[in-house]
Structures are given as structure tokens and as C-alpha cells.
Write a protein that binds this ligand. Structure first.
Ligand SMILES: Cc1cc2nc3c(=O)[nH]c(=O)nc-3n(C[C@H](O)[C@H](O)[C@H](O)COP(=O)(O)OP(=O)(O)OC[C@H]3O[C@@H](n4cnc5c(N)ncnc54)[C@H](O)[C@@H]3O)c2cc1C
Length: 472
């Protein structure tokens, strides 16, 4: 242990109390590997402050002793951003003890949640006051408001409500010099130059530690209609979305699922059943909601889908007849990654292109990848209406156990070149972290890289905020 790190840990313990500093290796071990198990790090300690003042003290100590900090929320991120480096040079800063909802108001449609609040806990609190925080994703039982903010997370309601960037009204954060930025006063208009709040959203812990976030709420859902439709192609799926959007503003979820992904879910997920009787090449899961208890949103969706059937936009559809069936439809979508993992090795890509280009991209890219890497299966599922899909390439059935390690990087370069060629993004919602950093460096425009490095240097000249992440 270097002198600096041991002094940092001793002084953090002295100032924050022994409860806030964990050094037992068995308590640290679960937090130094990323959620997917792809990156393994090491840390001599986890520092877990319980207030903004404590975070500021930790950051000042880290600056004094030149100890890098790796902020961590629920550790559910997909790009290795919350995993410390393997050399043990950094200390994990766990935000999970900062888990209070400081205020919540139905009247102001606004909540202030500390960084360590778990997303599902915020959902519950909003529900208690007749409101809703309209962002949800598969990791809602573990991911935190600080992590969601720092990765500008998306999820399944972006179509209507946007990503975190649209839902965050302000950020409180400890900056790398230990000063506190307070952006929690919700000013509808504020043109005092650069927005620090917006800089911190999606910064992946490289510019400061998010300690609390002011969040927009919307009225609670009073009714929802959930339907599953089968169709010929992603092109028809986008036509269906545009058809629905022209007739109602109540559609908030629209997920594309290829038949082979559905088959894997049926094969591997206990209790999963085909929603439609006949086989279809592609599927969409649609959710429409209303805050108005007197409005029958299911009937509206049913009516629109029969019209879509007549127009031959879809081949078949079924409307969930109960909440349990609606949840079962969503489970089919949410367990695709799990089913793929059970089937074998997969190289995952979280990509975006312009919405109107996405149907063609999915088909062309799958064909090109399957030609270039014979035997693999490629397809895309997810948030078609956001121009964002999870483009997954699965190993051939008799692939070597180290297929991912030997061929994964080459497949990723191939896919990323296709995405970049189409004017898209190699990270639509999962961030860059450490896993996508070299591809980001290879493909980003020089101006973007220059600006990112300049901002990082200006705000964090000592390089103590999550070094080795995001910034190429
Ligand atoms: C099953 C599953 C489904 C998912 N689905 C989606 C999806 O649909 N859409 C989507 O966008 N993402 C999805 N994700 C990934 C998503 O990014 C994370 O779930 C979430 O945003 C990260 O929250 P976290 O608290 O776990 O952050 P962590 O994983 O702990 O950290 C993520 C990054 O944020 C930084 N960070 C964390 N807290 C702070 C803080 N307080 N201050 C500064 N930096 C901080 C970390 O250093 C790291 O760089 C999914 C993940 C899983 C496991």
C-alpha cells in the first residue's frame, strides 16, 4: 500500500467514522467486478459517506493524497464504469448510504432524491403521492439515481418522456476541488452560461460526485393497455409506430423483438409462452397509458390495432386481458439477455442510428455480420422508436469456450464501423466506461475528443475522478 492511500484511508476513517470505511476484503469483493462479469478490479477500501458534507471531505482528502476515486451506485452499469482498475490504485466511493428522498411534491411535480436512492424506491415514493417517475429499466431494483444520472440512462419510456437528461431538473454534486455545486433550486429559466448540471449528466463520475438530483414527476398511470403484435419486418414495425403516433399520444413503450430472440426466451425462461398462435418473423410489444381513470386506453389500442391489421401493417395481435398477462408480455422482452446468456456466448452492442434508418440498418447489418463471421447469428431488439437497439451477435453452436475473448473484439469493430458509417452512436444508453473507451477513441471525431479532454483537464486537473473511464 502506498503511503498516500494508507493515509487517505486512515484520515477518511477518522473524519467519517469507522462505519463509513470498509477494508475487509470479503466485503469489498462483490463490488469490484462489473454486472456482466467482464471486468475485474481491486480496491483496498470502500468509502461510503452518508452526507454531501462527507462526500466533500472525502474528495478533498483524495485530492490531498492523490488517490483516485471510483464512484459507484448499484454497480449495474453495462460498460465497466464503476469497476476500479485492477492495480488497486483507486478507492471505491459507494453512494448507497446516501439514500434519502429529501422532498417530493405532487403539486410541484418534483422530487429531490439523494444519489443512492434505488430507482424502485423512488417509483414507490412517487406512487404514494399519486405521481410517477417515468423511467424504468430491468435493473430498477438495484440501480441508483446517481448511477442513472451519471450514465444518462434511458429504458423503456424514452419514446414519450426522454432519457435522464430530460427528467433531471438539477444536480447537486461535489466537484473535484471539493466544492459543492447546488443545482437543486428548480429554476425554469436560468441562462448563466454553461450548464454544470447537464455536464454532470452522462459524465460517468469523471467530473464530480453526484450527491442528489431534482427529478421531474408526472401524474400516476390510471390505466394501461399492453399489446403484442406480429409483423413481417422492422420496416413494418416503424410504419406501425408512426401510424399509432398519428392517432394517439398515449403510446409510451414500443419494443421490437425478433422471432429468434423470442424462441430463446421460450426455451430458457421458465413459464414463458408464445403470445401469438402462429409464427411471425418479428414482434412488437406496445404499451399505452393514461392518467385519466375514465378513459379506456385498452379499447383505444385494440381499435387502432384492428385498423393496423386491416391496413396489413401487422399480421396478428393480442391485447393483454389482465395485469398479469401484461407483465408476462413485458417479461418476454426483459428476459431476452438472460435467455441469450443461457444459450451461449453473445457479443452485445448498444447502438443508435436515426430512427428512420434503424429498420434498414438492423436487416443490413445482420446480413453483413453473418457473412463476415460465418455461423454466427446477429439480430437487434429493443427501443425501435428511439433509434436504439441492442444488436447482439451470438456464437455459432459449437464455438470454442473462449470465442468471446478471441473473436469478440473483431466483431465489435465490424459492428461499430457499420454504426459509425451510418452516422450513429456506438453507445446509445450504456455509456463508454472502460469497455468502450478504445472504440470511442478509434471512432470519435477529433473535435469531440479534444473538447472532452479539455473539459476533463479543466475540472479535474489532478485526474482523481474515475480515471481511465469515458475520456479517451
Ligand atoms: C438488467 C439490466 C437492465 C438494464 N437496462 C437498461 C436500459 O434499459 N437502459 C439503460 O439506459 N440502461 C440499462 N441498464 C444499465 C444502466 O446503465 C444501469 O442500470 C444504471 O444506469 C446504472 O446505475 P447504477 O446505480 O447501478 O450505477 P453504477 O453501475 O454503479 O455506475 C455507473 C456509472 O456511473 C458512475 N456513478 C455512479 N454513481 C455515481 C454518482 N453518485 N456520482 C457520479 N458518478 C456515479 C459510476 O462511476 C459509473 O461510471 C441496465 C442494466 C441492467 C443490469
Amino acid at each position: 500500500m502506498t503511503q498516500g492511500r494508507s493515509e487517505f484511508i486512515a484520515q477518511a476513517r477518522e473524519r467519517l467514522g469507522s462505519k463509513s470505511v470498509i477494508t475487509e476484503p470479503e466485503e469489498i469483493a462483490p463490488w469490484v467486478t462489473d454486472w456482466r462479469g467482464r471486468v475485474h478490479g481491486a480496491s483496498l477500501a470502500i468509502v461510503a459517506p452518508s452526507s454531501t458534507q462527507d462526500v466533500a471531505q472525502v474528495v478533498m482528502l483524495a485530492a490531498e493524497h492523490r488517490v483516485p476515486l471510483v464512484p459507484q451506485g448499484g454497480n449495474t452499469g453495462m460498460s465497466g464504469g464503476a469497476t476500479p482498475p485492477a492495480d488497486g490504485s483507486a478507492v471505491l466511493l459507494s453512494m448507497r448510504r446516501m439514500n434519502r428522498i429529501r422532498s417530493i411534491s405532487a403539486e410541484d411535480q418534483f422530487a429531490v432524491a439523494e444519489a443512492g436512492v434505488i430507482l424502485s424506491a423512488l417509483h414507490d415514493s412517487a406512487h404514494e403521492v399519486g405521481m410517477r417517475f417515468p423511467l424504468s429499466l430491468g435493473a430498477k431494483g438495484s440501480c441508483t439515481i446517481g448511477g442513472l444520472t451519471s450514465t444518462n440512462a434511458g429504458g423503456t419510456q424514452v419514446l414519450k418522456f426522454g432519457t435522464m437528461r430530460a427528467l433531471v431538473a438539477g444536480v447537486e454534486a461535489v466537484l473535484p476541488d471539493g466544492s459543492v455545486h447546488n443545482g437543486l433550486t428548480w429554476l425554469k429559466k436560468d441562462n448563466r452560461g454553461y450548464s454544470l448540471d447537464q455536464l454532470l449528466i452522462g459524465a460517468e463520475g469523471t467530473l464530480g460526485i453526484v450527491t442528489a438530483v431534482a427529478l421531474r414527476l408526472v401524474p400516476a398511470v390510471a390505466g394501461r393497455g399492453v399489446a403484442w403484435a406480429g409483423l413481417d419486418s422492422p420496416i413494418k414495425a416503424l410504419e406501425l409506430l408512426r401510424f399509432l403516433e398519428a392517432r394517439t399520444d398515449r403510446v409510451e413503450g414500443f419494443e421490437l423483438i425478433p422471432q429468434d430472440s423470442l424462441e430463446l426466451v421460450i426455451k430458457h425462461v421458465p413459464g414463458a409462452r408464445e403470445p401469438l398462435t402462429g409464427k411471425q418473423s418479428w414482434h412488437v410489444l406496445i404499451e399505452a397509458t393514461t392518467p385519466d381513470a375514465a378513459f379506456d386506453v385498452s379499447a383505444e389500442l385494440e381499435h387502432l390495432l384492428s385498423e393496423a391489421l386491416e391496413r396489413e401493417l401487422i399480421a396478428d395481435a393480442v391485447l393483454a386481458s389482465s395485469e398479469a398477462q401484461a407483465d408476462a408480455f413485458w417479461k418476454l422482452r426483459e428476459t431476452i439477455s438472460e435467455a441469450e446468456r443461457a444459450e451461449g456466448q453473445t457479443v452485445a452492442h448498444d447502438i443508435s442510428v436515426a430512427v428512420s434508418d434503424m429498420p434498414g440498418f438492423i436487416l443490413d447489418a445482420a446480413q453483413q455480420v453473418e457473412q463476415a463471421f460465418p455461423g454466427v447469428a446477429a439480430s437487434g431488439f429493443g427501443h425501435l422508436g428511439d433509434g436504439n437497439i441492442h444488436f447482439h451477435v451470438r456464437a455459432r453452436s459449437h464455438a470454442a469456450p473462449d470465442w468471446y475473448e478471441t473473436e469478440g473484439a473483431e466483431i465489435t469493430r465490424f459492428v461499430d464501423d457499420l454504426v459509425t458509417g451510418a452516422g450513429g452512436s456506438i453507445s446509445a444508453e450504456h455509456g463508454i466506461g472502460q469497455l468502450k473507451r478504445s472504440e470511442f477513441a478509434r471512432l470519435a471525431e477529433p473535435g469531440r475528443v479534444h473538447a472532452l479532454r479539455a473539459i476533463k483537464r479543466a475540472l479535474d486537473p489532478l485526474g482523481i475522478m474515475n480515471p481511465g473511464k469515458l475520456v479517451p
